[in-house]
Unconditional design. Structure first.
Length: 495
């Protein structure tokens, strides 16, 4: 099949979260399976134009009251022959940030910016005379693409093109003042007709959900959760209505980048059969982070965005978070890597000054992330919700046992420890409270000291897990075929 990926993030060119990893890895695997994949991405300021090949012909994109023009540059996804096309409009994309910056968390013209992405991607296909069988849009920044396929592009070139929309995180929906609908080139009759209206505002993700032929999320459990009031962010009714078109496909992990036997970021490589290198990585991590070097106590790691969604309110919220008590009461070491909300960064800095067994690094540091996965004994992921999560998969591959809340992809990937049999690949809790985090960290600690044979068995079991992109890509190919069938009427749509 011919598949156009439209995304605001693609590793290694632009990444703010797991979206960039998923689009790159899925595209590479689909291409390996014989599909013709093309990716469309904005050229942000951080993408070096000197490494791109520029097409001679610019692209005119009709938008609202005026037309935007883009340069088109291209390259291939590293390690593959998959073409990536960059929409080059520096007035809209040439900024220090994908969605916002430190001074402006959300750019005020984001609707116009990502309208250009969706509309521009479809215009580019026409310019290249390359007709996709399926357009695969990712999250709210690309959610207008299915809308255009049902409205302005409903006939002619894209008449038989199916659409798939993947919801990576339902909490981010792309909500804007209704007056900004004019930037989309869609008439006011579409404010209600195409499903944009959301409390008298424009909701891009809602419209995409309404219009896409097939909907996916990045784990089976998350697909079920978002149909409930607890996780649905006010879209649960619409998602229940479209439940027959909604599928949860677990993300895979890129074994080329995350493999302790070949990881270029590690001082010593290791495998399940030769774990001495893991101890060396722990010592290296302790030294880098200024912790006491030794294997007498377990080391807990975290690699995360420092935001409420990831459980940091319960972990380090002033006056009630459990992190201080964990480090003060228990015989542990703790390492945290990430960036995020200012309050959280400040609180972690204060705690690290008070606690000798806590070290934090408030930056994006890929080599250190790999070292934390390899050198930690446990990885803590106390998310309020987690559409899929990748860090727990990486951790298991490196023999680092996850301590996670039972939600979304965490529930689908981590098997809870059974004290009687020693079965499991990690430690799982249900309630997101400071005491639950404290107690589960303590449970893992008790097991580390008192049941070392269980820890060793769990490590072997975790390292044998393979979260394959091959299986995920095969499933997506089936769903692409289903999207085409819905588009041409072979299978009825639920809307």
């Amino acid at each position: 099949m011919k598949i156009m990926m439209i995304s605001s993030e693609v590793l290694p060119f632009a990444k703010a979260g797991g979206l960039g990893d998923m689009v790159a890895a899925l595209s590479a695997e689909l291409a390996r399976q014989g599909h013709d994949i093309r990716i469309v991405l904005p050229r942000y300021y951080s993408v070096d134009p000197g490494r791109l090949r520029r097409l001679e012909r610019p692209l005119g994109v009709p938008m609202g009251i005026e037309e935007e023009w883009c340069g088109i540059a291209s390259t291939t996804l590293p390690g593959t022959d998959v073409p990536i096309y960059f929409l080059d409009n520096q007035a809209l994309f040439g900024r220090d940030g994908i969605y916002g910056s430190k001074t402006e968390p959300e750019f005020s013209d984001n609707l116009r910016r990502f309208t250009l992405l969706s509309r521009g991607a479809l215009q580019l296909a026409k310019m290249l005379e390359w007709k996709p069988d399926v357009v695969h849009a990712h999250d709210w920044p690309a959610a207008l693409a299915p809308v255009y396929l049902n409205t302005l592009e409903g006939e002619g070139f894209f008449a038989d093109t199916g659409s798939v929309l993947t919801i990576h995180n339902l909490a981010h929906q792309g909500i804007f003042p209704k007056e900004e609908l004019e930037h989309t080139l869609l008439g006011w009759e579409q404010f209600h007709g195409a499903g944009f209206e959301y409390h008298d505002r424009v909701n891009l993700l809602q419209a995409g959900i309404r219009n896409a032929d097939v909907l996916t999320t990045v784990s089976p459990t998350y697909a079920k959760e978002i149909q409930t009031a607890e996780y649905g962010h006010r879209l649960e009714g619409l998602l229940r209505h479209r439940s027959r078109d909604l599928y949860g496909v677990l993300n895979g992990m890129d074994d080329r980048l995350w493999n302790p036997e070949k990881d270029i970021h590690l001082p010593v490589n290791f495998s399940a059969g030769h774990l001495a290198g893991k101890a060396a990585c722990k010592a290296a991590l302790q030294e880098v982070m200024g912790l006491e070097v030794g294997d007498e106590v377990p080391l807990y790691g975290m690699v995360s965005r420092l935001v409420e969604q990831k459980g940091f309110g319960e972990l380090c919220g002033p006056t009630h978070g459990s992190l201080y008590n964990i480090c003060d009461d228990l015989d542990v070491q703790f390492v945290i890597l990430g960036t995020g909300e200012e309050w959280c960064e400040l609180e972690l800095e204060k705690l690290a000054e008070r606690l000798q067994n806590l070290a934090v690094d408030l930056e994006f540091n890929e080599p250190l992330a790999h070292l934390i996965m390899a050198g930690s004994d446990f990885l803590l992921v106390p998310s309020a919700f987690e559409p899929c999560g990748l860090t727990q998969m990486y951790a298991m591959r490196y023999g680092t046992l996850p301590v996670v809340r039972r939600t979304g992809g965490l529930a689908d990937t981590v098997e809870n420890y059974d004290e009687r049999t020693g079965e499991g690949t990690g430690f799982v809790f249900d309630l997101l409270t400071p005491s639950s985090i404290y107690n589960t960290v303590g449970w893992a600690l008790w097991t580390w000291f008192n049941r070392p044979e269980h820890i060793a068995d769990m490590q072997q079991r975790a390292m044998a897990k393979r979260f394959s992109w091959e299986a995920s890509a095969t499933r997506y190919a089936e769903l692409y075929a289903g999207a085409i069938d819905r588009r041409v009427g072979t299978i009825p749509r639920t809307w």
